[in-house]
Design a protein around this ligand. Structure first.
Ligand SMILES: Cc1ncc(COP(=O)(O)O)c(C=O)c1O
Length: 304
């Protein structure tokens, strides 16, 4: 019986390593993901007391790396966790990519910092303890996408806390929202506050196009300041696409010509079906297409 369970576990790990991370970094050491042993007393595990980042790497070059590292630092400081220096993270990421053989490949780097290992107590440990720094790298398809990816979505009540600008590992409301989307057979959940305000996606930022103007929720505590969002908004500026940063109501989305979705993996995508209702023509609209084309060019410039 024990032997069977062991075999099952191993093959599950093989499958995991095939589609999941191929190499990990854990507090200064590099190892295969299956070799990482993190204490159950880690405050990340027990209390979700930590922050994270996800960075896309195109042909070995981390995209918008400085912006991601700056957000990581802001998130750490916001939860009163001493940030790890950008140089240290930069060096570890480049070694991770080299060791994984991804020095010129497309992949995704995950970075997580928690308040470390300490017997379970809600308040911070009384004495300074070393934080836990974990990273891994996962192969992705060759990017960027030549065209906006098409997404279907459903709206789900935004049940998160008041500090959504922190990229916290406490993602339960996002997990439950995305599960509702999965059960509805769609890709993303568009989060709507009880007063009808559309904030963002479960793991993306959302914008809508009304008569040529891109409209999206302003930065602040209600949304994560997405790196892709900020690249897309600067592209709007460069392309002369009018932009309005204001909270939108759910009913407005029914009148949108296009709905856009921004995220590190998605890049600039289009939501063409929302709550089973077709958005615009049901295809990627002109603004989504212009922005994704410009985004792909921006990735190309960052690589050269
Ligand atoms: C809640 C939320 N909003 C927005 C985003 C998009 O951010 P980024 O473009 O930096 O990936 C994410 C990404 O994970 C997210 O979790």
């Amino acid at each position: 019986m024990t032997q069977v369970r062991y075999r099952v576990t191993l093959s599950a790990m093989d499958a995991f390593e095939e589609s999941g991370p191929v190499l990990s970094y854990y507090n200064g050491a590099f190892m295969r993901p299956r070799e990482v042993v993190i204490s159950p007393h880690d405050r990340g595990f027990q209390l979700a007391d930590g922050v994270y980042e996800v960075i896309r790497v195109y042909q070995g070059v981390p995209f918008a790396f400085d912006a991601h590292l700056a957000r990581f630092e802001r998130s750490a400081k916001a939860i009163r966790l001493s940030p790890v220096s950008r140089d240290e993270i930069g060096a570890a990421v480049s070694e991770l990519l080299n060791r994984a053989g991804f020095a010129s490949s497309d992949c995704l780097v995950y970075i997580q910092l928690t308040r470390g290992v300490f017997p379970r107590t809600h308040a911070f440990p009384p004495a300074a303890i070393p934080p836990t720094l974990y990273m891994d790298v996962t192969r992705t398809e060759r990017g960027p996408h030549p065209e906006p990816q098409l997404n279907a979505a459903v709206t789900v009540q935004d049940e998160r806390w008041e500090n959504c600008h922190i990229k916290s590992i406490a993602l339960l409301p996002n997990v439950l929202a995305r599960q509702k989307a999965a059960e509805a057979g769609v890709d993303e959940a568009v989060l709507v506050r009880p007063d009808g305000t559309v904030t963002e996606g479960a793991s993306s930022n959302i914008a809508a196009v009304f008569r040529g103007t891109v409209t999206t929720h302003p930065e602040g505590r209600r949304i994560l300041s997405g790196i892709t969002r900020s690249v897309a908004l600067s592209l709007c500026d460069e392309l002369g696409i009018p932009l309005e940063e204001r909270p939108m109501q759910r009913w407005e989305l029914d009148e949108a010509d296009e709905i856009l979705v921004f995220g590190t993996s998605t890049e600039v995508g289009a939501i063409t079906l929302l709550d089973r209702r077709q958005v615009g023509t049901g295809e990627a609209g002109p603004i989504a297409t212009r922005l994704q084309t410009a985004f792909a060019e921006r990735v190309g410039e960052a690589r050269s």
